[in-house]
Design a protein. Structure first.
Length: 445
């Protein structure tokens, strides 16, 4: 199978240029710069003139809820939403039922991905207080890294106490795997919640969420993670940074020992949005002030943020009702993450070249993804094609996530994902989806 993407604006490795991409089977075999029309016979030709051709988006932080929470979402539904949104690869988190904290549970997820995922898949291994000896048994070529919850999780996935945390940081260093950490201090959050309940009742108003899951809770936990990483030489990636003070602590080079992620919710919303969106934008860490949001946006171009992901975490709409105590935390974002970030390009928050660094190149570099994340000869043909100046509005009928709601309902985007090509296969094209296609297990290192 030979496919030619002809005459698009290719965005790759810091450059924007007119050119064509030739795909043979599942790999890119040629990237041709310029407006000249390449000669040859092709099984499929795509006229990409006026379109932007990007490396397939890698979302390095999702919660697809399978196994055990499939009333909210599952791998099939959420990988379909990913394909509609131009995402060709994802890394799923371990807080499912059962939790992905044993080799058997991790292997079960791999099998679920193989059977059900429409795009490329991988799964983090979850740290607990007593499973760090299992890190030695992990295959470094088959997973992105280890996920640690330093607070604000459920069951045995929350690891507390400096001694237990030090064991996890040290074990991750020993196996030379990145440690992605959710940083919120549980004791601070619990104290804030108790104070708010005493003042406002059992379920404080949703607008108090950023005061409960506060700046202090984030900064205290992130500071400890930084210290432990430096002490042990651990490769640390701080998930979903949400405060300006955390940004100030970061260097951000993708080659450095310590890097950080921003997620779509904290880049789009601020505490003012609780007035209109209520629990729909409740997530952990909380959406905070306009100042925090603006400093995160600045950090995208300052280099202090290495990756942008979604923390895609669907719940049933009924579970999003209530205040700080009752409304579930998390939202579905993967279908709309790329159009949302392209909106920030239009607002001149960042360039499209930097967007590609944050959402494709850097996730591939940081987690050492093999043969993906770039438009280069010889790599897997994961490609996303988008069209500017093509307004469309988010409606219920468009939403592919199983939960069937979005905090962006009614929002009009200016950029449209027209094609998602996964391993050389067109899995999505202008509203037409190939339900029978399955992605590949991602290889690392």
């Amino acid at each position: 199978m030979r496919t030619l993407i002809r005459g698009g604006i290719i965005v790759n490795e810091g450059r924007c240029f007119e050119g064509s991409v030739l795909i043979k089977a599942d790999r890119i075999v040629s990237v041709m710069e310029g407006s000249s029309q390449p000669l040859g016979i092709y099984d499929m030709e795509m006229d990409a003139r006026g379109y932007f051709v990007l490396p397939g988006i890698i979302d390095s932080h999702v919660h697809f809820r399978q196994p055990g929470l499939t009333d909210k979402a599952d791998i099939e539904s959420e990988s379909r939403a990913a394909a509609y949104g131009g995402v060709t690869s994802y890394f799923d988190m371990p807080n499912t039922i059962p939790q992905t904290t044993t080799l058997a549970a991790w292997e079960e997820k791999q099998e679920l991905g193989k059977r059900h995922s429409h795009v490329n898949y991988s799964f983090f291994f979850g740290a607990t207080g007593d499973n760090h000896d299992d890190f030695q048994r992990l295959d470094r070529h088959r997973l992105p890294g280890i996920k640690l919850f330093m607070g604000a999780s459920t069951g045995s996935m929350q690891v507390g106490g400096r001694e237990s945390l030090a064991s996890v940081f040290g074990a991750a260093k020993n196996v030379e795997l990145p440690l992605m950490v959710h940083c919120e201090d549980t004791s601070t959050i619990d104290s804030n919640m108790q104070a708010m309940r005493e003042r406002y009742g059992d379920d404080p108003d949703i607008r108090l969420h950023p005061a409960i899951r506060s700046e202090e809770a984030c900064v205290k936990s992130s500071s400890l993670a930084l210290k432990l990483a430096c002490e042990h030489g651990t490769r640390l990636h701080i998930a979903h940074v949400s405060t300006a003070k955390e940004v100030d602590m970061l260097d951000g080079s993708v080659d450095s020992q310590i890097t950080a992620e921003a997620v779509i919710a904290h880049l789009l919303f601020s505490e003012k949005d609780y007035q209109t969106k209520g629990g729909l934008i409740k997530c952990n860490p909380a959406v905070k002030s306009e100042h925090d949001r603006d400093m995160l946006r600045q950090a995208l171009t300052q280099g202090k943020i290495a990756t942008v992901a979604t923390d895609h975490a669907p719940h049933l709409l009924s579970q999003k009702l209530g205040g700080c105590a009752k409304a579930a935390s998390g939202m579905p974002m993967i279908q709309f993450s790329l159009p949302a970030m392209l909106g920030l390009v239009d607002e001149r928050v960042l360039t499209i070249e930097r967007l590609v660094e944050l959402m494709a190149h850097n996730p591939a570099r940081l987690f050492e993804v093999r043969d993906r994340g770039f438009i280069r000869e010889g790599v897997k043909a994961d490609i996303t094609i988008v069209k500017p100046n093509s307004p469309w509005t988010v409606t219920e009928g468009i939403i592919q996530s199983k939960c069937r709601w979005s905090p962006l309902l009614g929002h009009t985007f200016n950029w449209k994902v027209t094609h998602t090509i996964c391993n050389g296969h067109v899995v999505y094209c202008d509203g037409v989806f190939d339900d029978g296609y399955r992605g590949e297990e991602i290889a690392f290192r």
